[in-house]
Design a protein around this ligand. Sequence first.
Ligand code: 5GP
Length: 190
Amino acid sequence: MSKRGLLIIYTGPSGCGKGTVMAKFLPKNPETRMSVSCTTRAPRQGEIDGVHYFYITREKFEAMIAENAFLEYAEYAGNYYGTPKAWVDEQLEQGNNVVLEIEVQGALNVMKQRPDALSVFLLPPCWEELERRLRGRGTEAEEVILRRLEAAKWELQQKDHYRFQLINDDVDETVAALERLIEDEKSKIN
Ligand code: 5GP
């Protein structure tokens, strides 16, 4: 019987509500941890180094690429984002599930390396809602919002590569659906 945790690849375009769903899901599911990524983007107001991301320079990021320290990384809207590999494997070995909340390109890369992972693509209820949520954050400049919307067009076309697609209309329902998917997958493994 396998005691290894489940790797959960969790993706979707910026503004589809990935973070909001996780903020409700994680406190209810302590056996599931979220990986903290490295990024070269600047912290937003209220973000904490080591909690939301490890904020590092491009030089440091590129050194980590050379050391093969990332499970995956991608360049997205002008910045690097990457998942440090060692922590993820340590958690899985300890039996904890690990969520990678990452953008679509990086998610596709992890799926190739870890075909046993559970992959979930989160969709906004419609395009207008995605745009409204991105603008509603009020944290990004117009130019950044436009880059993210541009990326979202391609990202949405990739949804069929993922094993499950969830439409994030009601956050509580999305959290419940995610819990069911994880439970089903765990019972299959064990
Ligand atoms: P944000 O700048 O809004 O925090 O993140 C932008 C996008 O990068 C989001 O879709 C987020 O899920 C994704 N992201 C965060 N961390 C990583 C990572 O380690 N790798 C990849 N590929 N994407 C990430």
